[in-house]
Each structure stands twice: as structure tokens, then as C-alpha cells.
Design a protein around this ligand. Sequence first.
Ligand code: B16
Ligand code: MG
Length: 218
Amino acid sequence: MKKSSFITFIFDLDGVITETSEYHYKAWKIVCDKIGYNLTRKKNEELKGVNRKQCIELIMQWSNIQLSENEINIYLEEKNNIYNGFIKNLNQNDVCEGVLNFINEALKKNIKIALYSASRNAKKILCQLNIIDLFTVIIDGNNVSNSKPDPEGFKIAADLTKTNTENCVVFEDSFYGIEGANKLNMYTVGIGSKDVLNNANVVYKGFENLKIKDIINV
Ligand code: B16
Ligand code: MG
């Protein structure tokens, strides 16, 4: 547990607030099968928190298959269309167990709530989940030039909420996301498996039984 008080909690979206990370995997799996690459769940961990373009660059690197710029654009559009098909019926019941309670408890303690997701679909998803109004600041893939593990998006979130970076707590399901936040000395809470998120300050399976006092003293 971190001893000092924090002011801002920065949440990731896919895999933290809602389980859309599974849909990203399934959409990439379909596209990778077409490309001729067998995307495993283990390798998919390295696509979490990484923007669309960089995902396909990693896939080309792993598969040793060079695609033309035109093919890249076609596959990226296809992946996004498949993904959007999966999320089209997403609604408020798809917020992960315990997340809403956790955020509402934080708001009662005057902690600011921000979001930093690499996804360019983030705002649409927050609207579908009916939780967009909970966030003071929303940074998504449209607002950054550099994807996680670059700390750019976390720094913008800290600046816009007028919070020192060391007074931010980041909730992330990706190794690269944790890596980015660590670069700014933010306190990192991994959501998922300790084996994958071994770079986080602390790791929890989810928000179900998580209390604010488990993270900070307020
Ligand atoms: P899109 P997060 C990330 O969201 C996903 O983890 C990652 O798998 C995905 O490639 C990225 O968004 C881009 O998403 O194609 O929707 O723009 O985990 O940072 O909330
Ligand atoms: Mg994520």
C-alpha cells in the first residue's frame, strides 16, 4: 500500500474497466490467420496497450511477413471493423465487477478520475457503458503521438488534472502501460496476473474486493 495521499486515479479502458481486451484479441486472431501468422494468447499480451499501427508492425516482425502500405491499411481497417462488430452491443452491464463502486468511492474522497487508453474507440465505448461523465479528463489514441510504453498519455493526464505525476495512481492491465507509468514515478496497480504484470507496484485480479484503502491512505 502507498502511504501518502494521491489526487488522481488514471484508468486504462480495455481490460480494466471493461473486458474488450478479449475482443481485440479475437479480432487480431482472425486477421492474423489471414496474414498467415498464429497469434497466441501469450504473444497477444504484447499487443495490449499498443496502438493499432504498432500492433501490425509487431505482427509483421514476429511473422517475418512484410506487408505493403496498402495491405497494412486494409488489414487495419478489417481488424477495426471486426472489433467494432464485437462491441456494437456493449452496454452498462459490461462494466467490470466492482469498478463503478470503486470509482464512486474515490470521487467521494475528492480523488480526480482520468482515463488514458491507447484505443481510438475509447470515447465511443465509454458512452456505450454510460460512464463517460465520471471522468474529469479523457486521453485516448487520438490525443497522443506515442503509444504505451511511452509515458506521453499519462503525462498529459497528470498535466490536465493538475496533479504531480508522483501523486497519480495508474490502473493498467498491460505490461507496457505499467512501464509507461513507472517512467513518471506514478504508483502502478496491475489488474490481471502477477506473472505478466511483474513490473507493477501491486497487482490485483480485479476490482471486485478492492477498496481505496488497499491502495492509499486517505
Ligand atoms: P483501437 P487500452 C488498447 O486499449 C488495447 O489494449 C490494445 O490492444 C489496442 O490495440 C489499442 O487499445 C488500440 O485500440 O484499435 O481500438 O484504437 O488497453 O490502452 O485501453
Ligand atoms: Mg488495457
